[in-house]
Ligand binder design. Structure first.
Ligand code: GDP
Ligand code: GDP
Length: 437
């Protein structure tokens, strides 16, 4: 199921990023693409009462050319309205109600989206009185919080989670492969959607998702059912919003959450830039199957080595996604587009593949015999038993004497062994360790 999305909205300095950091704790989205880690200040994951959610600090979205605070805040609020399931509207108890707060209220109120009003900087009991004036904003009971002292955050998440969408189960059948196309502006996403659909029989076109705002296109090809997930909602507003990296990422995130297979589109004409990696990183972290699709291959001047050279470049840039197949296409000429479908089918299959427990344990035992587990202060990691606990992505639980003894490098080694033995091309794998002697 797609995780609910909370967006934090409010004028600068009310404490949005402070609260954002409190809520995500150490679960900040991390994309490991090279030594050193890229941390995104905008988007993180949280858990409240075992319910996972995504949270966005819209204050982290800088709008190009929008330097005036009010306009910037307005755009951020609109983005939140488009993308979020629940909006946390944050105000500042010390400052009281300001004109900008009222402006934002107006926008949020009209949207009809669920809004939880959080009054921050309520640092002591005496200040509780200060929250009453915020009733005038018209969002019901304000929740008093203090980012500085970590007070009231639980109450805030209690309120927010009341508005999470019901788990409606899978919107489509198990036999339908849900595909999302992501990539920065102008890489050719819409051209690809059109070219891919081209001659295919579209079962029902442009059916608005019932629970989400995305536009889905279900179709069938060679007996396989697919749904193309497109977050076209914003497109009609033009490219202004898309010109900001962070916004592209936010939009991609929502499509990614709902997809099985993510096509990470790269502009072959321009090559790879940092933003491509960020976007791909979300697909990886969300545990989706991925294919790297190099588009506009028609305009690339090439000889017999060009494809290999480009692939090498991709591998260097996308170290965290070495499992993803690379396909070169042209939406314009239709070149190799047909070859994309078998790859989509394959990675979708791998994404939901199960490994039989005894085969897995034989493999782990063999791996352990070949390369001894790490030790710490004279104690050695002992692997007792492994089992696959989930698919989409394939997730393995390894029972060990002490999880603290597991090293990242040994985990990587085990993952490689699993990949050598089974065809998990296109899908990330998850390995967890748990104590059991
Ligand atoms: P943003 O611009 O809305 O993201 O706000 P920040 O999170 O950057 O916070 C703005 C300022 O308010 C910083 O100096 C914070 O330390 C301060 N601040 C945040 N939360 C609290 C709080 O609960 N109490 C007090 N007194 N200050 C806070
Ligand atoms: P999006 O913003 O990612 O949806 O990109 P669009 O589909 O709007 O395409 C951006 C521009 O690239 C348009 O001018 C397209 O005509 C062009 N384009 C898209 N795919 C190709 C391709 O395969 N080859 C060439 N030469 N141009 C392409």
């Amino acid at each position: 199921m797609a995780k609910p999305i909370i967006a934090i909205v409010g004028r600068p300095n009310v404490g949005k990023s402070t609260i954002f950091n409190r809520i995500i704790g150490d679960r900040l989205a991390i994309v490991e693409d090279k030594p050193g880690v890229t941390r995104d200040r905008l988007y993180g994951k949280g858990v409240w009462l075992e319910q996972e959610f995504n949270i966005i600090d819209t204050g982290g979205i800088e709008i190009d050319g929008e330097d005036e605070i009010l306009r910037s805040v307005r755009v951020q609020a609109e983005l939140a309205i488009e993308e979020a399931d629940v909006i946390i509207f944050m105000v500042d108890a010390k400052a009281g109600v300001t004109a900008t707060d009222e402006e934002i209220s107006e926008i949020l109120y009209k949207s009809g989206k669920p809004v939880v009003l959080a009054v921050n900087k309520v640092d002591n009991i005496q200040r509780q009185d200060d929250i009453y004036e915020f009733y005038t904003l018209g969002f019901g009971d304000p929740v008093g919080i203090s980012g500085a002292h970590g007070l009231g955050i639980g109450d805030l998440l209690d309120e927010a989670s009341k508005h999470f969408p019901e788990d409606t189960g899978d919107e489509y059948g198990e036999d339908v492969i849900k595909v999302a196309l992501i990539g920065r502006p102008n890489v050719g996403k819409s051209s690809l959607v059109n070219a891919m659909l081209g001659s295919e029989r579209v079962i029902v076109s442009d059916v608005a998702g019932t629970t989400r705002d995305a536009i889905d296109t279900p179709f069938e090809k060679d007996g396989q059912k697919y749904v193309l997930i497109d977050t076209a909602g914003m497109r009609k507003r033009g490219k202004v919003y898309e010109s900001t990296e962070k916004y592209s990422v936010m939009r991609a995130m929502k499509a990614i959450e709902r997809a099985d297979v993510v096509l990470v589109i790269i502009n072959g004409e321009e090559g790879i830039i940092e933003q491509d990696k960020h976007i791909a990183g979300y697909a990886h972290e969300a545990g989706k199957a991925s294919i790297i699709v190099v588009n506009k291959w028609d305009v690339v001047e090439k000889d017999d080595k060009t494809m290999q050279q480009f692939t090498t470049k991709i591998r260097d840039h996308f170290l965290f996604m070495s499992y993803a197949p690379v396909v070169f296409v042209s939406a314009k000429t239709g070149q190799r587009l047909q070859k994309l479908y078998p790859v989509v089918n394959k990675v979708a299959e791998n994404h939901s593949m199960r490994v039989v427990t005894h085969v897995l344990n034989d493999l782990i035992n063999e791996a352990v015999a070949l390369n001894s587990p790490p030790t710490d202060k004279g104690r050695r990691l002992k692997l007792n038993y492994a089992t696959q606990v989930a698919v989409k992505p394939p997730t393995f639980m390894i029972f060990v004497n002490d999880p603290e003894l597991m090293h990242f490098s040994y985990e990587r080694y085990l993952e490689n062994k699993i990949r050598e033995a089974f065809d998990f091309e296109g899908t990330p794998l998850r390995l967890f360790t748990r104590r059991k002697s």
